[in-house]
Design a protein around this ligand. Structure first.
Ligand code: PAZ
Length: 405
């Protein structure tokens, strides 16, 4: 049966049976099992945060691969706010992408070496102890304490993946392992997962050669029908990656757990429509839509229940600077959609983070303005500090509903 006509369960078997499981899977499963058991015992909420981009290898013995832009900022930042809200976090992330806490001092932006110095009390050979420079002491101490707290209390489990297939295997396994958590489980799917790949049976085994070949190299073709033109081109034929959100919602995840997916678009005309379509297709609880150009400053919550669309924005004066972001595009996706007759509440949330279970999270200071209003404080706000408390409040409601049923 072709993948197009198979059921989600058949598509799952066909996909997973055609790959060997990732080498690290067994080890990751053991770690996840112990982590989940620990937090079930403590009756603590656990969120699986997925983060970063997936690669799509072009060869089995991979030299080249297709990748995407995601640095893992959304996932790593959100994980910190979940931890702050009392959750334990399984952080399923692209290897070498940003991590909670260490993201503040990476190797490129905010290079950690710039925060260090030698102290004045040099030894006999003139070499001083390495210390954090005075002006960074408070900020770094704060990050260090939070990091140590998470680590010492077994609240953060870091599990890396690289390829799209590794991601799929890990997601399936961890979701199953999370089952004993029931309603205390949340899935926060912020990773940028490739929509296209080369199925294993059509992948070149060895490095694709750019020279020493008589004609074009075609990889990913499932028959011998090469396009007619002859030149030294590499033509890649990709298949759609099976959509496993269906299986996560309907099979892998714990009963009553909360599932939040993200939808990224670049065209403001499409964002809300695509987010809504995804919610209808997979029947989960929330799609968070974002535009590539404005994702650090605004997102839209698309829900099955009123208000259906809810925009969350960082007020103008508190937006972080972003080299790649385009501030002029803030509000565009909402206005386009509103002009097509969709109902949408225009809200910008500017608040402090409430505690787990605080129902008032959604009732924080809200201003009705597309570009935000409050410029009384000039400290940058990370939009994840506005997103996560809203989710915590939604999760609380869901847990309460589950306990009544
Ligand atoms: O990792 P990052 O902070 O650079 O980007 C975050 C994001 C845009 C990948 C995320 O918010 C998202 O939308 N993930 C889902 C992408 C998608 O599959 O549509």
């Amino acid at each position: 049966m072709s993948a197009e006509h198979s059921s989600p369960t058949e598509a799952e078997s066909a996909y997973f049976n055609s790959y060997p499981p990732p080498k690290a899977l067994e080890k990751h499963e053991a770690l996840a099992r112990a982590f989940v058991a620990h937090h079930v015992e403590a009756n603590r909420r656990v969120v699986l945060v997925t983060s970063g981009g997936t690669t799509v290898p072009l060869e089995n013995q991979t030299v080249r691969f297709i990748d995407n832009f995601s640095a893992g900022t959304r996932g790593a930042t959100s994980a910190e706010y979940f931890l702050e809200a009392g959750y334990a976090v399984i952080f399923l992330h692209r290897q070498f992408s940003l991590l909670p806490y260490s993201r503040h001092y990476s190797h490129s932006t905010n290079c950690f070496l710039d925060f260090m110095d030698e102290d004045d009390n040099g030894g006999p050979d003139g070499s001083g102890r390495i210390v954090v420079r005075n002006e960074y002491q408070d900020a770094m101490r704060d990050v260090l304490r939070k990091y140590r707290y998470a680590k010492n209390n077994n609240l953060l489990l870091l599990l890396p993946f690289t390829t799209v297939t590794e991601y799929m295997f890990e997601l399936r396994s961890i979701a199953n392992i999370m089952r004993p958590l029931g309603a205390n489980a949340m899935f926060y799917l912020a990773a940028a997962v490739s929509d296209f790949f080369i199925p294993r049976h059509r992948m070149a085994e060895h490095k694709i050669q750019s020279s020493d070949i008589p004609e074009d190299v075609y990889t990913g073709y499932n028959d011998d029908s090469h396009p007619p033109a002859k030149s030294k081109k590499l033509i890649i034929d990709l298949d759609p990656v099976p959509k496993f959100l269906h299986r996560l919602v309907d099979g892998w995840s714990p009963a009553n757990s909360m599932i939040v997916s993200f939808k990224l678009e670049t065209d403001p005309n499409l964002l809300v429509y695509k987010a809504r379509t995804s919610l209808q297709r997979y029947s989960h609880h929330l799609v968070i839509g974002n535009l590539l150009s404005t994702r650090k400053w605004e997102v839209v919550f698309v829900t099955p229940d009123p208000p259906y669309e809810r925009w969350i924005r960082v007020p103008k004066a508190r937006r972080s600077k972003s080299v790649s972001g385009i501030e002029d595009q803030i509000g565009l996706a909402e206005r386009k959609d509103a002009s097509q007759g969709a109902s949408s509440a225009t809200t910008t949330t500017t608040t402090t983070t409430p505690a787990v279970g605080d129902e008032s999270a959604a009732g924080t200071t809200e201003k009705h303005a597309a570009d935000g209003g409050d410029d009384s404080e000039h400290v940058d706000i990370e939009i994840e500090s506005l997103i996560v408390p809203q989710l915590v409040a939604m999760h609380t409601k869901k847990i309460e509903q589950a306990s009544r049923n």
